[in-house]
Design a protein around this ligand. Structure first.
Ligand code: NAD
Length: 434
């Protein structure tokens, strides 16, 4: 058995800060508050609902994850965030229209009390939005200092022992890393010189990491997946993870594709299209913002299917992803997949998936799990990229030269085995012997 890690107990309060207080963030807050009051079960959350097998099958040890690892309890969680448009979480929840008024009513006082702090926002990165409560400063360095001050004020006023930050802001325009992102020193010089290549989300990451606050990136834009941020996370001893919450269509893709591959069925094409009508859909209607999302969504199939290992089966796939803004649907996205597979003697077959999904209902439990697991990782002395959290991401961040793992079943095994090892239990291999 591995030696257990020395994990500091989760005493006191945990503050969960979200840059972005829109559909995902407000739905996440509401679900936790409702769960705390016993009004709704936290469905979709591993930290709250999943069990974990320990030892051999005949040992019959299968505790809840939250009883096995020392996670912060929901009663000890407090929320805060920044937004350039939403004034508070109640207003955000009502505007996005994910939850019914009857579900919001018993939580309205608490949600209204979660006021959004003024954001670091620049329309250059999100053309479709007009920010109204936006910080101003002489330079990006000055904006970092204002965020650090917000973090410390929140920590003190809410008597938090620990904080984590989960980016729930809009997807920023597509960007390639530049010289300013290469080292911490270059990035700090860029902040002082107002380098145009530094985006708002990167300013939040820098403020979080220098404040010792773990960071998760729920959107596909570049933020922690930059050499300077990976260096800073290690230097400051802070765990980070990203990127782009795995919900909706990509969740389906990473559930189905491993199944086709497991049975050695070939694939000729996968056409995915979505209609959605929320603010996220409006932002993604801009080609520059959509490109960021497209890159994140397209990477999935290649790593699961390994065309380089199986050229006959997966060497010639047309993979297309489209998102169309269609206001009548609001947050209730419809995602269609037309999948062209082939079997014995190359006979073609078609599969159609029509997922009438609710994006934020799928994303909200991910926000909670990431916050609780990142807090655990920090108390367990972990820093840098947390690959064991790949389970939650469309474009998981990996370390070194190895490609990220996209197969949701391998990701789940990795997550659970990491928890087992941290707690001094043997990994479960599912071999005939175990
Ligand atoms: N809903 C999902 O299932 C899902 C899945 C994967 C990724 N995402 C990503 O999560 C993010 C949030 O999604 P959503 O549906 O809540 O979108 P949303 O538009 O409802 O909320 C985003 C909020 O971020 C705010 N914002 C924009 N720039 C900001 C900044 N610089 N600082 C602080 N706030 C800022 C906006 O004003 C808005 O209120 C998006 O980037 C989206 O692409 C969502």
């Amino acid at each position: 058995m591995p030696a257990p890690l020395d994990i500091t107990p989760p005493t006191g309060r945990l503050g969960i800060l979200t840059p972005g207080m829109g559909a995902v963030a407000s739905t996440a807050y509401a679900g936790v508050l409702a769960s705390r009051k016993g009004l709704a079960a936290p469905v979709g959350s591993l930290t709250q609902m999943a069990h974990i097998r320990l030892g051999a099958r005949e040992d019959a040890r299968n505790p809840l994850i939250r009883e096995f690892v020392p996670l912060a309890g929901l009663d000890d969680v407090v929320f805060g965030g920044w937004d350039p448009i939403s004034p508070n979480a109640l207003e955000a929840a009502r505007t996005c229209g994910v939850l019914d008024e009857r579900d919001l009513a018993p939580l309205s006082g608490e949600l209204e009390g979660i006021n959004a702090m003024s954001a670091v926002f620049d329309q250059r990165w999100v053309k479709k939005l007009d920010g109204v409560r936006v910080k101003t400063g002489e330079s990006k360095w000055d904006l970092v200092q204002q965020l650090i001050a917000d973090i410390e004020t929140f920590r003190t006023e809410n008597e938090c022992d620990r904080l984590v930050m989960v980016w729930c802001g809009s997807t920023e325009a597509y960007q390639e890393p530049t010289e300013v992102h290469e080292t911490v020193e270059a990035f700090e010089a860029g902040l002082r010189a107002d380098d145009p290549n530094i985006s708002p989300s990167q300013i939040y990451v820098y403020a979080a990491l220098t404040s010792g606050v773990p960071f998760a990136n729920g959107a596909p834009n570049l933020s922690i997946d930059l050499p300077c941020m990976e260096q800073l996370a290690i230097e400051r001893g802070v765990p980070v993870t990203g990127k782009d919450f795995k919900t909706g269509q990509t969740l389906m893709k990473t559930i189905l594709a491993p199944g086709f591959k497991a049975r050695m069925l070939g694939m000729r094409g996968w056409y995915s299209t979505n209609i959605l009508g929320n603010r996220d859909g409006e932002v993604l209607d801009d080609p520059e913002n959509f490109k960021t999302k497209e890159v994140s969504k397209l990477g999935v199939l290649d790593t699961i299917l390994q065309p380089e290992v199986y050229p006959d089966l997966y060497g010639n796939i047309d993979h297309v992803v489209r998102i169309n803004y269609y206001p009548p649907r609001g947050d209730n996205k419809e995602g269609w997949d037309a999948i062209d597979i082939f079997g014995w003697m190359n006979y073609p077959m078609q599969i159609k998936v029509d997922f009438m999904c609710r994006d934020s209902i799928l994303a909200a439990p991910i926000v909670l799990d990431l916050a609780l697991f990142l807090d655990l990782a920090q108390r367990a002395g972990q820093s840098g990229v947390q690959e064991w959290l790949s389970f939650y991401w469309k474009a998981p961040q990996a370390t070194g030269d190895v490609p990220p793992e996209h197969d949701i079943f391998i990701q789940q095994t990795k997550l659970k085995n990491t928890l087992r090892e941290w707690m001094g239990e043997d990994p479960v291999t599912h071999s005939e012997a175990g």
